[in-house]
Design a protein around this ligand. Structure first.
Ligand code: AHG
Ligand code: MN
Ligand code: MN
Length: 326
C-alpha cells in the first residue's frame, strides 16, 4: 500500500502549535519562501536552455562585496524579496545582493513581526556548469515595534526563530527548522508540491568526509592545516562542491565537516555570518552537530555589520570539536 504523503503546507500547519509565539504569521512566511523556491527552481532547471538565465548580468554588475552578479543571483533575489513583500508577516529583508536592508511599509498592526536575512542564490559560480546551488534564509523577530533598522538583522544567531535552505540539485529540497528539530521536504515536480521526505534529520556524531578549498591550504592558520593533515592521515574522503548549501546538505546526511577558515589575506574568510553561517549553524545544532569560527560557537557571535564575514567549521560534532583542539 502506498505510504501517506505529508506536504510541506500540511506540516507547517501541523507544527504551528509547537511554535512559542503561535500565530499563523510564521506559517505564512514559510509559505512565501516555498513559493519563491518553486519559481527559482523552475528557472534553474531550464538554465541550460535559456540564455536570459545563464551568465553574468548584462550590466556586468557587482554586489556590495565586489562579486560579479549572475543573472540568476538577481532573479532569485527579486523573487524572494517580492514573495515576502507580498505578505504581511515580514517587515524587512537583508540580502547578500543588496548593500542595505530593505524595509516594507507594512504597519505593525498588520502583523509585520519578522525580518528575513538571505543568500538568495548560493554557489553562483556553479550555475553555468549544471552543479547544485541553493538559497539560505534566516528569520528573526524584530527587536521592537519602531521602524525596522539594521539592528534587527544584527541579533546573534541564537535569536533566530527559524532558518533553512533550499538545494536545487538532482532533486530540489527545502530543509528548515523552527528550533524543534530539522525536517526536509523534496519537491515532487510532477505535482509541484514539497513532500516530507526527511523527517527529524540528525547528523551522524562523527563522519569521514572533509570539505574545504584546499587550494588555500598554505594560507590557512596552523590550526586548520593541522586538522586537514589529520583528516588525510585518517584517509578521510575529500568532497568539495563549492556551493556551501550542497556541501552542507551532503555532510548533514552522511556525516562530515565543512571548513572555510580565514586566510593570510582574508583572516575573516569568505562566508557571511548573518545569512550563510548563522542559519546553517542553527540547522546543524538542531540536527545534533556543531558550528564554530574556530574559537567560539557561531550562534554566540554578535554581528557588527550586515555583510560581516566569519571563518566557519560546521558539521558532525566530534569532527568540529577535534578541529577546535588542533
Ligand atoms: P555565493 O555564491 O553566495 O557568493 O557563495 C559562494 C560561497 C559558497 O557557496 C562556497 O562554499 C564558497 O563560496 C566557495 O568559495 P571558494 O571558491 O573560495 O572555495
Ligand atoms: Mn553564498
Ligand atoms: Mn549568493
Amino acid at each position: 500500500m502506498a505510504q501517506p504523503i505529508t506536504t510541506l503546507s500540511e506540516f507547517i500547519i501541523e507544527r504551528e502549535k509547537d511554535f512559542p509565539f503561535a500565530s499563523g504569521d510564521l506559517s505564512q512566511l514559510l509559505t512565501s519562501i516555498r513559493l519563491a523556491a518553486k519559481l527559482v527552481n523552475r528557472e534553474v532547471n531550464k538554465a541550460g536552455l535559456v540564455n536570459e538565465i545563464l551568465g553574468e548580468t548584462e550590466q556586468h554588475s557587482v554586489n556590495v562585496q565586489g562579486e560579479k552578479q549572475q543573472k540568476l543571483d538577481v532573479y532569485a533575489n527579486e523573487r524572494f524579496i517580492n514573495a515576502m513583500r507580498n505578505q504581511g508577516a515580514v517587515c524587512g529583508v537583508a540580502s547578500e545582493e543588496n548593500d542595505a536592508h530593505i524595509v516594507f511599509d507594512h504597519p505593525v498592526s498588520a502583523g509585520g513581526k519578522y525580518v528575513v536575512a538571505m543568500d538568495p542564490l548560493d554557489g553562483s559560480s556553479n550555475i553555468d556548469v549544471n552543479v547544485s546551488i541553493g538559497t539560505i534564509f534566516s528569520i528573526y523577530r524584530r527587536l521592537n515595534d519602531a521602524e525596522v533598522t539594521v539592528e534587527d538583522f544584527l541579533q546573534p544567531g541564537s535569536a533566530q526563530v527559524a532558518a533553512g535552505y533550499v538545494v536545487y540539485g538532482s532533486s530540489t529540497m527545502l530543509v528548515y527548522t523552527t528550533g524543534n528539530g530539522v525536517n526536509g521536504f523534496t519537491l515532487d515536480p510532477s505535482i509541484g508540491v514539497f513532500c516530507l521526505s526527511h523527517p527529524n534529520m540528525r547528523i551522524p556524531e562523527n563522519g569521514s568526509i572533509y570539505s574545504v578549498n584546499e587550494g588555500n591550504y598554505f594560507d590557512f592558520p596552523e590550526q586548520a592545516r593541522n586538522y586537514i593533515d589529520a583528516c588525510k592521515k585518517k584517509k578521510m574522503s575529500a568532497r568539495y562542491i563549492g556551493s556551501l548549501v550542497a556541501d552542507f546538505h551532503r555532510n548533514l546526511l552522511k556525516g562530515g565537516i565543512y571548513m572555510y577558515p580565514g586566510t593570510t589575506a582574508k583572516p575573516e574568510g569568505k562566508l557571511r555570518l548573518v545569512y550563510e553561517a548563522n542559519p546553517l549553524a542553527l540547522l546543524i545544532e538542531q540536527a545534533g552537530g556543531a558550528a564554530t569560527d574556530g574559537k567560539q560557537r557561531i550562534l554566540d557571535i554578535k554581528p557588527g555589520k550586515l555583510h560581516q564575514r566569519t571563518p566557519l567549521f560546521i558539521g558532525s560534532k566530534a569532527m568540529v570539536e577535534e578541529a577546535m583542539r588542533r
